[in-house]
Design a protein around this ligand. Structure first.
Ligand code: NDP
Ligand code: MG
Length: 384
């Protein structure tokens, strides 16, 4: 199929970023015009030599200088600092921006991209969790589309295609349950980062892997779905589905349910966000039903994994509370990975921050960034 689509990738050296490049490697029609990373310039140099982007932005200034020297023989412009991220997000040659940086750092470049009339292939869920009202309103104003890359949201999006949105009754958001499914709090006291970094079905960046184990990720995804599909938090039901074969489902008013299935492979949702409304062939990883021993469904254990309930509260109450939920989690995961916070302390830290940092209604971007800072400071100060 003839196909041309020029993209910028924010976070090209991460899990989603490298898989986006794998899709681009397969389809020469996808042109990679700008890439960004925080500090991994070794991988970035390889990416520059292979994909020949016009721009490579590295947020760490020192690393940017080093990269500039290393790739002086190429035609790629190298920039440093956070402005580089914004420059990549609004790069004139890109039609779509893949947001694959981690954490709230995705919010400002995504806003910049929309203002530059770019379509968004959204992996960075933190963008909608913290600034959903701003980002969705801007996308309407600038007539750009936000296509989900998160596998569950891509599944919901695909399941809604060809149906009337007003006939949607609820969303069934599936969760793998993570590595500690079935465990109670008393069994989770000595969990190490190494234990929590072992996800049963997906290989992802450290933050989202830890978030999957605490169900914080599913909480963030509920809020992400609220903004992407304009549904109330209470119309989104989380269902634990250990095999990660059904990527999510939608139920209509006549009780009809439509699901999207496939082997756990992020290349499909990434590719679909870049080729929509077309589908391109995918090599390998077909779903083999005869190899499946069964598909199981369980209710989430919201007593042990109560981050899910905290996320629902944040999503319902709105304002800056979802930002506080997310910011506290970012800080707590950072401390946990450094061995300075016990595993169960992650959700405790989120709860404490939600109780102590106030919430502002209809926040501006500045107020969101302030709330993020306050939530992080609360967590870092408490555990230092
Ligand atoms: P990774 O940690 O693997 O990659 C993060 C990327 O962002 C890297 O390119 C990294 O650069 C860059 N980065 C890190 N910190 C900063 C910063 N402060 N400023 C600018 N850039 C930064 O993350 P993932 O790819 O796993 O996740 C990316 C996003 O996609 C997250 O929001 C996650 O929730 C979402 N997502 C991920 C899925 C997955 O399967 N991985 C599935 C669904 C959603 P460097 O390498 O130089 O550090
Ligand atoms: Mg997901």
């Amino acid at each position: 199929m003839e196909f041309t689509h020029n993209i910028a990738i924010l976070g090209s050296t991460g899990s989603i970023g490298t898989q986006t490049l794998a899709v681009a490697r397969e389809y020469k029609g996808i042109g990679v015009k700008a890439i960004t990373a925080h500090s991994n310039i070794k991988l970035m140099e390889e990416q520059i030599r292979e994909f020949k982007p016009e721009l490579a932005a590295v947020t760490d200034e020192e690393k940017a200088k080093e990269l500039k020297i290393r790739v002086a023989d190429t035609g790629t412009k190298v920039t440093g600092g956070s402005e580089g991220l914004l420059e990549a997000a609004s790069h004139h040659s890109a039609e779509t921006v893949v947001t694959a940086v981690v954490g709230i750092s995705g919010l400002e470049p995504t806003i910049e991209a929309i203002k530059a009339k770019k379509n968004i292939a959204l992996a960075n869920k933190e963008t909608l969790v913290t600034g959903g009202h701003i980002v969705t309103a801007l996308a309407k104003r600038y007539k750009t589309t936000i296509l989900p890359v998160d596998s569950e949201h891509s599944a919901i999006f695909q399941s809604l295609m060809g149906n009337h949105r007003k006939e949607l009754k609820r969303i069934l958001l599936t969760a793998s349950g993570g590595p500690f499914f079935g465990k109670k709090k008393s069994e989770l006291t000595n969990i190490t980062p190494e234990d929590a970094l072992k996800h049963p079905n997906w290989h992802m960046g450290a933050k989202v892997t830890i978030d999957s184990s605490t169900l914080v990720n599913k909480g963030l995804e509920i809020i992400e779905a609220k903004w992407l599909f304009d549904v109330d938090i209470d119309k989104i039901k989380v269902l634990v589905h250990r095999q990660s074969i059904i990527h999510s489902m939608v139920e209509f008013v006549d009780n009809g349910i439509i699901a999207q299935l496939g082997a756990p492979d992020m290349r499909l949702p990434i590719q679909f966000a870049l080729t929509y409304p077309n589908r391109l062939p995918m090599k390998g990883n077909e779903l083999d039903f005869s190899a499946l021993s069964g598909l199981t469904f369980d209710e989430p254990d919201t007593e042990t994994f109560y981050a899910l309930e905290l996320a629902k509260k944040a999503g319902r109450d709105g304002g800056t509370l979802p930002t506080v939920f997310n910011g506290a989690d970012e800080a707590a995961v950072d401390l946990f990975l450094k061995g300075r916070l016990p595993y169960l302390g992650i959700t405790e830290a989120i709860q404490r921050a939600m109780e102590t940092v106030g919430s502002t209604e209809e926040p501006t971007l500045e107020e969101i960034l302030e709330a993020d800072k306050a939530a992080k400071e609360t967590v870092y100060n408490y555990y230092n």
